[in-house]
Write a protein that binds this ligand. Structure first.
Ligand SMILES: Nc1ncnc2c1ncn2[C@@H]1O[C@H](COP(=O)(O)OP(=O)(O)OP(=O)(O)O)[C@@H](O)[C@H]1O
Length: 333
């Protein structure tokens, strides 16, 4: 279990820059053996929280306990039970898979038969079983990420932290990595906290935590989060969203959010959906490039809660390719 209580982090200022509070009184719990995805727009404080959780930074106030051990007073024990996969590669690409794992093992004093047993076990979860002698530079990006995971598994962590581990991977490699991670997490009962901007990844999580401006603004199951957006969402693509938004809001008598060239109405009253679509088309057909009614995805939840599209938030999404310069206007708070 990861238990975060009233955490606060202030970056001290300098002559040129004022002090900045990156985390404001954040409390949350990741349950024992559960898989939590942490997300949020750029600058929301995810990296700061991640650095505190893996012991690279000390909080200005508050407390973190990992499996009951206080990070401030029992850091060595926390390090013993925790594994971390950082976003930047931590493998030597000129060495083989086996050599990388053995090198990591030597840092923990694991050698001989124990090393062989643990290496076989760690690799058994991955797709690397036949690649032990291959240099990491010859592996695909997805398999190279699995080497990082295998390194972590070697020490049999009870708690695993991963910082956007699938960044830069194609969808198939991302899927393989997550399948491996989810399998070992479930079967070992590991507690996993993983930062991610790819909302397809969050669908399978036990919980999704969303930060904004240093605060935790939501932490719930994927189903619980989707319920906040309502059963259905209206999404309209248009060339001039700024001009159409107030006119559409007036036509429909509903709050209309704008995200770049997209207009959205969340939480459509179910019985009224056909009438709403008809009204929008009758009044604004010439300005509407496409209109769709859909069940909310977690990406829709992110937009609803943070007021930003994932691309605007500095992220890649499964939907992909959204306008990074999108501006929020009139979106629900
Ligand atoms: N070393 C630092 N000194 C001063 N301010 C910092 C420092 N690192 C981060 N910040 C500020 O703290 C806030 C949170 O930043 P942080 O990097 O934790 O957010 P993030 O959610 O991880 O963003 P991103 O997705 O862009 O990595 C931001 O306002 C950022 O500018």
């Amino acid at each position: 279990m990861i238990d975060i209580e009233h955490l606060k982090h202030i970056y001290p200022g300098s002559r040129r820059q004022p002090a900045r509070t990156a985390i404001h009184d954040l409390s949350m719990t990741v349950g024992d053996g559960s898989f939590c995805i942490l997300s949020g727009p750029n600058g929301s404080g995810k990296s700061t929280l991640f650095r505190i959780l893996c012991g690279l930074a000390a909080p200005s106030a508050g407390r973190v306990r990992v499996a009951g051990h206080d990070m401030a007073t029992d850091a060595a024990e926390v390090r013993r039970i925790m594994g971390v996969v950082f976003q930047s590669p931590a493998v030597d690409k000129h060495l083989s898979v086996g050599e990388n794992i053995a090198l990591h093992a030597s840092l923990y004093g694991i050698r001989g038969t124990e090393l062989q047993e643990r290496m076989a076990d760690a690799l058994s979860w991955t797709d690397l079983k036949d690649r032990l002698g291959d240099r990491v530079e010859t592996l695909s990006g997805g398999l190279a990420r699995q080497v990082e995971l295998a390194k972590c598994l070697l020490t049999r962590p009870r708690v695993l932290l991963l910082d956007e581990p699938t960044t830069g991977l194609d969808p198939a490699s991302r899927w393989s990595f997550l399948t491996v991670l989810r399998r070992v997490q479930r079967e070992r009962g590991m507690t996993v906290l993983m930062t991610s901007h790819v909302f397809g990844e969050a669908e399978d999580a036990d919980s999704v935590a969303i930060m904004r401006d240093g605060r935790l603004i939501a932490h719930d199951t994927p189903a619980g989060l989707r319920a906040r957006v309502g059963q259905e969402v209206l999404v309209i693509q248009t060339r001039d969203a700024e001009a159409l938004r107030p006119r559409l809001a007036e036509t429909l008598g509903l709050a209309v959010g704008r995200y770049g060239d997209e207009l959205r109405v969340d939480d459509l009253p179910p019985a009224e959906v056909p009438r709403i679509v008809e009204k929008a088309l009758n009044a604004h057909r010439a300005d509407i490039q496409s209109i769709a009614v859909k069940q909310p995805t977690l990406e829709d939840v992110f937009i609803h809660i943070t007021g930003k599209r994932p691309a605007e938030a500095g992220a890649a999404s499964d939907a992909g390719g959204a306008d990074a310069k999108a501006r929020r206007e009139g979106a629900p708070a």
